[in-house]
Design a binder for this molecule. Structure first.
Ligand code: NAP
Length: 258
């Protein structure tokens, strides 16, 4: 039996939509107190009241841009003020614009690294003090199969950022071990979110056909994996990844799916 998360203080960056909102809902249902973070205040307020109404723990919104160190520091300070501490940081905020390298601009590269890699590093850095005061601090990064394992045209810059997050994790987990903080990552396959819906129905159909479980993932699928890493019982697991992709990375060819 897992120790309940009742009353644990959790920050979910990018918790106002998609996977982050799913993680926030899973944690709220487990009784945690959640701060969902994003840049758009309307989407943030809407998500917080929707999650709060769904029941479970307390949910509120903090407006912050993870690519700003000052915002990351304020996000942690506001959480500690509201909830009296911080136990779990879900570094989930990310963007995935689609552009092939031949058309990619320097600004495209800077923008995706600013949110996905620099944003992850700044939020974890800002949270170290508060997490070290928790009896078991947890960091859960949302990476991807794209980059660390697979490739997809249009996402060379994105794949580089998602692999970069794992490189960061594998050293920072050693640095933070002395505080009892664990740092792990979930690696989603194709998960139905607002962001993915924007890629169109054809994309979703093609993807579902290439997945052994024949469906795209749900945000709950990722939320439950994150919940495991956040548990007290996962205290001896650090610097590790869990792939949640319906088996998508496994088939050697289309024949393997027949
Ligand atoms: P999404 O639906 O587009 O949601 C992205 C969230 O991140 C929103 O809450 C957004 O809010 C926030 N965000 C973006 N940039 C931010 C910034 N600079 N500062 C603060 N918040 C920011 O995307 P998603 O599909 O849920 O993806 C979430 C994470 O999962 C990403 O790291 C992505 O790489 C990863 N992932 C997704 C999939 C998938 O299939 N969907 C697969 C693998 C990995 P604002 O726009 O208001 O800031």
């Amino acid at each position: 039996m897992f120790t309940p998360l009742t009353g644990r203080s959790v920050v979910v960056t990018g918790g106002t939509k998609g996977i982050g909102k799913g993680i926030a809902r899973t944690f709220a249902e487990a009784g945690a107190r959640i701060a969902v973070v994003g840049r758009d205040p309307e989407a943030g307020a809407r998500a917080a009241s929707e999650l709060q109404a769904a029941g479970g723990g307390e949910v509120s919104f903090i407006r912050a841009d993870v690519s700003s160190g000052a915002d990351a520091e304020r996000m942690v300070a506001e959480t500690v003020e509201r909830f009296g501490g911080l136990d779990v940081l879900c570094a989930n905020a990310g963007i995935f614009p689609d552009v092939r390298l031949e058309q990619m601009t320097e600004q495209d590269i800077d923008a995706i690294f600013a949110t996905n890699v620099k944003g992850t590093m700044l939020t974890v850095k800002a949270a170290i003090g508060a997490l070290s005061r928790s009896d078991h601090g947890r960091v859960i990064i949302t990476s991807s199969i794209t980059g660390p394992i697979t490739g997809y045209p249009g996402w060379s810059h994105y794949g580089a950022t998602k692999a970069g997050q794992l490189g960061f994790m594998r050293t920072v987990c050693i640095e933070l071990a002395k505080y009892g903080i664990t740092v792990n990552a979930v690696m989603p396959g194709n998960i139905i979110t607002e962001g993915l819906a924007g890629l169109g129905e054809d994309y979703q159909k093609t993807m579902a056909a290439s997945i052994p479980l024949k469906r795209l993932g749900t945000v709950d699928d990722i939320g439950y994996a994150a919940l495991y890493f956040a548990s007290k019982e996962a205290g001896y697991v650090t610097g590790q990844t869990i792939i949640v992709d319906g088996g998508q990375i496994l088939p050697e060819s289309l024949e393997a799916l027949a």
